[in-house]
Design a protein around this ligand. Sequence first.
Ligand SMILES: Cc1cc2nc3c(=O)[nH]c(=O)nc-3n(C[C@H](O)[C@H](O)[C@H](O)COP(=O)(O)O)c2cc1C
Length: 316
Amino acid sequence: MTASAAGQGNGHPDLSVSFADVQIKNPVIAASGTFGYGVEFEDVVHLNKLGGFVVKGLSREPMIGNPPPRLWETAAGMLNAIGLQNIGAQAFLEEKMPHLRQMKDIVVFANVFGYTREDYEQTIEILNEGEGIAAYELNVSCPNTASGGLQFGSDPRSLDEIVTTAKRVARRPLIVKLSPNVTSIAQMAYVAQEAGADALSLVNTFVAMAIDAETRKPRIANVTAGLSGPAIKPIALRMVYDAAHAVRIPVIGMGGISTAVDVIEFMLAGATAVQIGTASYWDPCATEKIVDELQDWCIEHGITRIAELTGGMQLE
Ligand SMILES: Cc1cc2nc3c(=O)[nH]c(=O)nc-3n(C[C@H](O)[C@H](O)[C@H](O)COP(=O)(O)O)c2cc1C
């Protein structure tokens, strides 16, 4: 029985959505970097109640990340400069995936990043050998070290090159995660689509910073960091709206979502599904609670099929 059929005829709204050949039971996905490798959350969240989860960004080699302090709470948000610490793609397949594969009815997305084109290529090739991954999410927000530090995701030509390369090697659907640190998100969305992306996800964090006025030191050792959480929600919503109107492929929205109503807003702006990141820092059960709230919201509002909300914002 499909997830869609499961939601019909029993009084429950059908929360299932699909994108890039992946069907998930509801639109709520835990965002990369805020949900570990999933296994860390299995005692607090019923992983099979979520639409899915995206694991920490994986690279070709293990990475230790940036020195502390790496996190700082801001008004309605959070700064982080974790520096993409991770165990590496091969260790992920050997140490985490076997356990995840034993869990029934969960959907795992692998987030991939690199500093050169070859990094992306080789990381995907490693992950191609593993089983149980639904799709790849390409993080293009890292500085391209081969081009002197310019972000892949901020330069249309680099984005085109990296997505074309990833699509050529990937044996799974490719979701391209866009950086919000650009002038035109619509342009970047279009470039990613034309280079072969099966879906887009956005937004990653906004480059930001905080200073301690007493010590005159930066709050984060790396000086600059990524801002996430409710503080970015209205900008993220606008970017999802702009991106969704520039492409034909599905868009997964995120940025500051912490309630079911936030999810509905992102879907009305054009998102097929959503991701939830920082909210899991305030409340580790946030993702699962939002799924329950979403079901209640749909019942209260007479929504029988949540997928129909996508792009449903009304101007009049
Ligand atoms: C601590 C932390 C680590 C993150 N690590 C990653 C990562 O490894 N890869 C990635 O694509 N995004 C990463 N992100 C970005 C989130 O997945 C998400 O795009 C962003 O935080 C906006 O959503 P939110 O406001 O719900 O947190 C990270 C975010 C945070 C807060």
